[in-house]
Design a protein. Structure first.
Length: 304
């Protein structure tokens, strides 16, 4: 027997380089009632499993909208022939994949954006901020931006993880981004970190907190945070992703960001200990991307 829900039911998919998470929220976007993890293997296999899970969920309790928060670069131009596609990603096998096309059977409003724009939107909503920068540090580095309450799109969407910054003193790491070498992603995403520490990426959690390489990592993240303060003047910066499970990075990044700004931005949010509430982990924890996808679903429903 189908449950017809008086409350809104949202379906969301967070598409990551290693795993995808699909789930259902009821009432509020953060109220995730069920979630399921699918490994990101080949597009055919992964998309098939996601569609199959949604089909079952929809039969039990029809959802009113679907939101997809996906690693980039992606095509967000609704007038483009490749709208809903993953485009030039460094991820093998995933270039020019019609992601949204796999969900045509679900006749509901659909939202599609970057994983980090979705997470930034969720943070802006929960924190009641007009602007937010959401940084994920994992397989790649993505930065989502919300300004005036809306995710930022333009030529494409922000790809701030690929900016190059001044090197950390004494850092000899060459960087491994296939497009830009020593951009931030090439320096401190998990591939770059694995090279840096000389271990397999899966062994990174076993490296010691006291390893001096973390100083370099914190430096690059602080360069990113200080650049975000100086460029978009975000009201809050959220740091998430697998690498940020290493909690020592938060105080290191805050302290270095303060030093880099050097009192130039005279706002106590960044000049005092209030920075502890400015550069923060996501309140949604490992559900940040999924709640972001739910927020995109909610946004896709035409306002009455």
């Amino acid at each position: 027997e189908k449950m017809e829900s008086a409350e809104p039911v949202y379906a969301g998919i967070e598409v990551g380089g290693t795993t995808c998470v699909v789930g259902i929220s009821v009432g509020s976007t953060a109220n995730v009632v069920t979630r399921h993890v699918v490994p990101t293997t080949t597009p055919t296999e992964t998309l098939g499993l996601l569609a199959e899970w949604l089909r079952t969920a929809n039969a039990e309790r029809p959802f009113h909208a679907l939101g997809v928060a996906c690693f980039g670069p992606i095509d967000l131009d609704r007038n483009s022939k490749t709208y809903g596609y993953i485009t030039t990603t460094p991820k093998p096998g995933w270039r020019n994949v019609d992601f949204m096309g796999a969900f045509k059977e679900f006749d509901v409003p659909k939202g599609f954006d970057t994983d980090v724009n979705g997470a930034a939107l969720a943070q802006a909503v929960v924190g009641n901020h007009k602007s937010c920068a959401y940084i994920t540090v994992g397989t790649g580095i993505g930065v989502g931006l919300v300004c005036e309450g809306k995710p930022v799109h333009g030529l494409l969407h922000p790809e701030i993880g690929h900016i190059s910054v001044k090197r950390s003193d004494g850092d000899t790491h060459v960087g491994n981004c296939p497009f830009h070498g020593d951009c931030l992603e090439g320096m401190i995403a998990t591939g770059g970190l694995a090279q840096r520490f000389g271990v397999e990426a899966s062994k990174l959690p076993e490296t010691s907190d006291s390893d001096p390489q973390w100083e370099h990592v914190a430096y690059y993240l602080a360069r990113l945070c200080s650049n975000l303060v100086l460029t978009v003047s975000a009201e809050v910066i959220v740091l998430g992703g697998g690498v940020m499970a290493r909690k020592i990075l938060y105080p290191m990044v805050r302290e270095k960001t303060q030093r880099m700004l050097n009192g130039y931005i005279q706002v106590d949010t960044v000049t005092t200990e209030k920075i502890n509430d400015y550069i923060i982990p996501s309140p949604f924890g490992h559900n940040a991307g999924l709640v972001g996808a739910m927020e995109l679903a909610k946004d896709a429903i035409p306002s009455k």
